[in-house]
Write a new protein. Structure first.
Length: 62
C-alpha cells in the first residue's frame, strides 16, 4: 500500500509522461495509482465494518 503522498507523486509522474507522449509508462503509472487508491478504499471499508461490529457487540451485550 502506498501513502497518499506517494499516490500523488505517481499521478504527477503519470501526467508528465503523458505530456511527453510516453503513453505506456503513463498508463502503467496511472494503473499503479488507481490500484493503490482501490486498496486503500477496501482497507477503510474493512476497518469500518470491523469497528461497527465491535460497537454493535458492546451495545447488545450491555
Amino acid at each position: 500500500m502506498l501513502s497518499e503522498e506517494s499516490e500523488e507523486i505517481l499521478l504527477e509522474k503519470a501526467k508528465l509522461e503523458e505530456r511527453n507522449c510516453n503513453w505506456i509508462l503513463a498508463a502503467l503509472l496511472y494503473k499503479k495509482a488507481a490500484m493503490s487508491f482501490q486498496n486503500n478504499k477496501e482497507i477503510v471499508k474493512a476497518a469500518k465494518t470491523y469497528f461497527n461490529g465491535i460497537f454493535i457487540s458492546i451495545v447488545v451485550n450491555k
